[in-house]
Design a binder for this molecule. Structure first.
Ligand code: ZN
Length: 258
C-alpha cells in the first residue's frame, strides 16, 4: 500500500513538474564582446562554476558581420540577418522595433513575466514583447538583481557592456580587458546567488561576438567567436545540438529547455 502511495505521489509530482516545465527562473546573459578564451576558473570563478556544472563550448559563432545589434537580433529572433532583415548595426529609441517574435515573446506565451535589461540603447530594438524594459549603461547587473524575484515565474534577458569598450581601447585579452571581465563576473556572482533561491532555474551565459587586438566587427576569425554556457538546476546538460552553437540556432534550442 505504501509503495502504491509512493508511486502515486511521484506520478502526481511528475505530472505537475511536466505541466509547469523547467524552470521557474530563466536568465539569459549576453556579456558583450566576451572572447571565449577569457573564460577560466581564475578570471571568472562565478561564471566558470556554471560552465563546470553544465554545458560549456568555446566554439559558438556570431553573425556575419559580427556586430552587436545584428548578432543580438539573430540571437533573440532565432533568424539569420537575411531572414530577420536586420543587417545594419544601428537603432535609436523612437524608431520601429523588430517586428519578429523573440525569445521574450516565447517566454511570455509560456507564462513568464519577461524583462529585457540592456546597457546599450540600440538593444531597445528587441523590446517588442518585454513586460519590462530597463536601459542601464553602468548598472545593468544591479538592475537584474533588483528585478529578479525567485518566487515569480520570470524570464530575464540581460545584456552587459564593458568589454566592448575595453577591447578597442586596451585590446582583447589584455590585462585591462581581463580586469573588466573579473569585475563583471563578481557582479554576476550576486545575481547567481539570488537566482539559486528559485526552486528551478536555467542560466545561459554567452556573447554577441569577440574581437582581436583592438579590432572587432571585421572578418577576422577571432571576431566571430562566442562562448556558450548553459546551466540547469534540473540536471547537467552535457551536449547540445550543433545548431545551438550558431547564434540564430540558440533560440530554438533554448525553447526545448523551458
Ligand atoms: Zn557587441
Amino acid at each position: 500500500m505504501k509503495t502504491l502511495l509512493f508511486i502515486l505521489i511521484s506520478l502526481v509530482s511528475f505530472i505537475c513538474y511536466a505541466a509547469d516545465g523547467c524552470c521557474r527562473t530563466v536568465v539569459v546573459i549576453s556579456v558583450d564582446a566576451l572572447h571565449p578564451d577569457a573564460v577560466g576558473s581564475g578570471s571568472c570563478p562565478n561564471i566558470f562554476r556554471l560552465a563546470d556544472g553544465g554545458f560549456f563550448s568555446r566554439d559558438a559563432l556570431s553573425t556575419d558581420p559580427p556586430k552587436t545589434l545584428i548578432a543580438h537580433t539573430a540571437m533573440l529572433t532565432g533568424m539569420s540577418p537575411d531572414k530577420n532583415g536586420k543587417k545594419d548595426n544601428e537603432w535609436k529609441p523612437g524608431e520601429a522595433k523588430a517586428a519578429q517574435d523573440t525569445l521574450l515573446s516565447y517566454a511570455g506565451k509560456k507564462g513568464y513575466s519577461t524583462s529585457l535589461i540592456y546597457s546599450k540603447k540600440k538593444l531597445g530594438y528587441l523590446g517588442k514583447d518585454a513586460d519590462r524594459e530597463i536601459f542601464s549603461a553602468e548598472d545593468a547587473v544591479d538592475a537584474a538583481v533588483s528585478v529578479l524575484n525567485p518566487e515569480e515565474k520570470q524570464f530575464i534577458f540581460l545584456h552587459i557592456s564593458g568589454l566592448d569598450t575595453e577591447g578597442p581601447v586596451s585590446g582583447w585579452m589584455s590585462a585591462e580587458y581581463m580586469d573588466e571581465f573579473s569585475f563583471i563576473d563578481e557582479q554576476l556572482g550576486a545575481l547567481f546567488n539570488k537566482i539559486k533561491k528559485s526552486p528551478s532555474y536555467l542560466i545561459v551565459v554567452t556573447s554577441d561576438h569577440a574581437g582581436h587586438e583592438k579590432i572587432h566587427g571585421s572578418d577576422h576569425p577571432e571576431d566571430y567567436k562566442r562562448p556558450l554556457i548553459i546551466f540547469s538546476s534540473e540536471g547537467k546538460i552535457t551536449d547540445v545540438p550543433a545548431d545551438a552553437l550558431k547564434i540564430d540556432g540558440l533560440k530554438g534550442y533554448l525553447e526545448t529547455l523551458f
